[in-house]
Ligand binder design. Sequence first.
Ligand SMILES: Nc1ncnc2c1ncn2[C@@H]1O[C@H](COP(=O)(O)OP(=O)(O)OP(=O)(O)O)[C@@H](O)[C@H]1O
Ligand SMILES: [Mg+2]
Length: 226
Amino acid sequence: MQKINGDQILCFSIEEGLDAIFKIFSSGICGKPSLVEIAGPSCSGKTYLANRVVEKFLGEMGIVTSQLKMDSYFKDIDDSTVCDAFGRINFDWPGAYHISEFQNNVRLLIKGKDIMEPDYDIQRNRRRLNSGKLVKASWRIIAERLYAIDVLQGIHTGPIKVFIDVDKEIQLQRMKQRNIKYGISELAIETTFHKRIYPCQEKFVEPQKKMADMVIVNNFEKRRGD
Ligand SMILES: Nc1ncnc2c1ncn2[C@@H]1O[C@H](COP(=O)(O)OP(=O)(O)OP(=O)(O)O)[C@@H](O)[C@H]1O
Ligand SMILES: [Mg+2]
């Protein structure tokens, strides 16, 4: 772990980042809720890290964390605001989310109120009606998605802002692996990545790196037990 750009912490693996978050998250912040925001490109490992933080707190300290996933807040596919500047349906576009609903739910958790997280059907690109997941309020809140740092600005007085960075080739490789099970060809993934995902990433996701307290470079995958 190193410090760069003044106070920004730089970690070279998820394991290092996990330890750093755990130290900050479990120290000092008594008497008020603490919020960890995890942003970064698709397949950088945001959900992986968030799950690891939640497991570590529960496993080592018996502490429950309130976990929010911004991808539960996607709009339905027929909502015209899901379209990007070129009029194409693009779920990597910031307009593809119900942002105020996400922000309100984070605010409620900070106030100690339980929330219902929407249930989004990623296959049909629609929210399941009359369905949702109860997220119980706790003093440790973790919120993650491409734009988590950006959209949660001003919501909490002292969030821990984490940006996960990843090499472009490794990102694309993970994307291909993840989509194989849906029968999507490697060529189709590459085309979508270069035409839709990467331009949004460069323009809207990467700038959050400068705003982060901690940057984790997640190019090295250390499996548990390695
Ligand atoms: N350090 C790591 N060790 C092992 N597996 C990893 C690691 N980082 C990421 N992965 C794996 O890579 C894949 C992509 O990671 P993940 O789903 O966490 O990305 P993400 O940033 O949440 O992407 P998205 O924005 O598309 O939701 C997953 O299968 C995850 O388990
Ligand atoms: Mg994810």
